[in-house]
Design a protein around this ligand. Structure first.
Ligand code: ATP
Ligand code: MG
Length: 182
């Protein structure tokens, strides 16, 4: 399973529809300060269910992630980002060979919509779909600079929880917590 493509439209600095195609191997994203490299990372986490505005490095409302205009461009009213994953190995619990996960947000109502392979769904459906794949919100699929220093500074018990996440044990712990709450 790997991320084949990201399509962004109206998300942060990406006013126009932008398609980024990835390969099997390592892809580096380079560019001058402020050109939008970190915004791509934010877009991936946004689609995977990130709800924290602070962690998305945005303003005070979720609609601040919508392109807010520039010297030459008017603001837009819709942000839409799709992640397209290869699923030929069926890591996602689905028969489809390609999984497209989409999140969009309209400025007018500040309401998010979610889609899996273009069919409307709930955020929970996306969380459930990605949970078993190691892509979930709290997973280690995205490792930031902060994560690396936190790992180096962590106490042994804290470091253990990172290993549990990487080994796939963490999800069973989370499910246990949820079922104990019911
Ligand atoms: P660095 O190399 O400094 O880390 P970067 O390439 O990671 O830079 P980003 O943080 O991804 O840059 O992009 C910052 C740019 O995105 C800023 O110019 C900012 O104005 C723009 N930006 C962020 N949110 C929006 C928005 N809602 N509308 C328009 N532009 C936005
Ligand atoms: Mg950056």
């Amino acid at each position: 399973m790997f991320l084949k493509r990201i399509e962004l439209q109206g998300f942060k600095s990406f006013a126009d529809k932008t398609v980024i195609q990835f390969d099997h191997d390592i892809t580096g994203i380079v560019g001058p300060n402020g050109c939008g490299k970190s915004n791509i990372n934010d877009a991936i986490r946004w689609v995977l269910g990130e709800q924290s505005i602070k962690s998305l490095r945005s303003g005070s409302s979720m609609s601040d992630i919508i392109f807010s205009g520039s010297e030459y461009r008017k603001p837009v009213n819709l942000a839409k980002v799709s992640l397209v994953f290869d699923n030929t190995q069926h890591i996602f619990d689905s028969n489809f060979e390609e999984i497209e996960i989409t999140r969009q947000l309209e400025r007018a109502n500040n309401e998010a919509s979610y889609f899996i392979n273009k069919a409307p769904c709930r955020l929970k459906d996306i969380n459930d779909l990605v949970m078993d794949t190691g892509l979930g919100r709290d997973s280690l699929s995205i490792i930031t600079q902060g994560n690396i220093s936190a790992f180096a500074d962590a106490k042994p018990e804290e470091r253990r929880s990172l290993f549990e996440e990487a080994a796939g044990v963490a999800k069973y712990k989370k499910r246990k917590q949820v079922s104990l709450r019911k």
